[in-house]
Design a protein around this ligand. Structure first.
Ligand code: ATR
Length: 285
């Protein structure tokens, strides 16, 4: 086969700042692993130039890009077409340049969240019992969409600002058959009673932030506990859950899994997670 039989595929991640992003490492790892011709670059793009940068993608021959802070929400109003899931979440983390040069906005964070749970605990089921979600920000919207699509039956949304949790429950009320309940932050400890899943989507527990203040006593020992925070890899929440025997899923897995459908859209291969990839990303934390 000639060197030119396979096209050279260009992709990247737009963010401001973007130097911290692990996406170049993840996608470059897969390009090498699958023997593909291509490159994935960090693309520092200021918020006021996002639209021009996105419109430049087809001109530069890019297959697409990922979006990270602060571009995920702004991109929703720029793309030519937005997938329904991305519209519901209100954010796009993946852009696909189509053959005619138009831009498709997608959101793969919900997929990443669910795929990470399934990797950590293959027998996990969304309808096994109530889920408790701490937080109601941008990340919570993707987690909620993932849980509803996976068939969750009851989700307790517990947020410091109750109104935001109520708004989230309202926004997603028609999405699935699940009972969505906004829970005051003061009731977060007792809200764990009978739960089959606990997920932290707040920034609490992240390096440089205060620890997450939650007592796990009411949580059944069979409940799966996960944290979208991955710096540190093993948050105090995951440590406490593991110490009392709960199965856990680390937040880094969501980051790795959300990259898989994006890579597939651009490179035509759905890549797998491997211990080598986990080790490569973990080494940067
Ligand atoms: P992201 O897009 O990463 O989810 P965000 O939209 O800023 O970030 O959301 C942060 C979440 O962490 C929110 O649910 C926030 O609660 P509020 O809606 O009350 O702001 C939550 N959060 C931030 N600091 C918190 C704290 N000290 N205690 C509890 N929750 C906190």
């Amino acid at each position: 086969m000639s060197e030119h039989a396979q096209p050279f595929v260009l992709a990247g991640v737009m963010g401001w700042p973007v130097a911290h992003s692990r996406s170049p490492l993840i996608h470059s790892h897969w390009i090498a692993q699958y023997g593909l011709r291509g490159a994935y670059a960090p693309l520092p793009v200021r918020p006021d130039t996002l639209e021009a940068a996105l419109r430049a993608l087809p001109l530069l021959g890019f297959a697409g890009c990922n979006l990270t802070i602060p571009h995920k929400v702004a991109a929703v109003d720029i793309v030519d077409e937005l997938e329904p899931l991305a519209r519901r979440i209100g954010a796009a983390n993946t852009i696909v340049v189509r053959a005619d040069g138009t831009l498709l906005g997608r959101n793969t964070d919900a997929f990443g969240f669910i795929a990470n749970l399934r990797e950590a605990q293959p027998q996990w089921r969304a309808d096994a019992g109530p889920a408790v979600m701490l937080g109601a920000g941008g990340a919570a919207r993707a987690v909620l969409a993932g849980l509803l699509d996976a068939g969750a039956t009851e989700i307790r949304i517990c947020n410091r600002t109750l109104e935001t949790a109520q708004q989230l429950a309202h926004d997603f009320a028609s999405w699935g058959a699940a009972r969505l309940q906004a829970v005051p932050w003061g009731e977060r400890h007792s809200a764990l009673a009978g739960a089959a899943l606990l997920v932290n989507t707040t920034s609490q527990g992240m390096q440089g932030h205060a620890p997450l203040d939650i007592q796990l006593d009411a949580l059944p020992a069979s409940a799966l506990v996960t944290d979208i925070v991955y710096t540190p890899l093993q948050t105090a929440l995951l440590q406490a859950a593991g110490a009392r025997g709960n199965p856990t899923a680390q937040g880094l897995g969501m980051l790795i899994h959300q990259a898989r459908p994006a890579f597939e859209a651009w490179f035509g291969v759905l890549p797998q997670t491997t211990p080598a990839l986990w080790a490569a990303v973990t080494a940067t934390l």
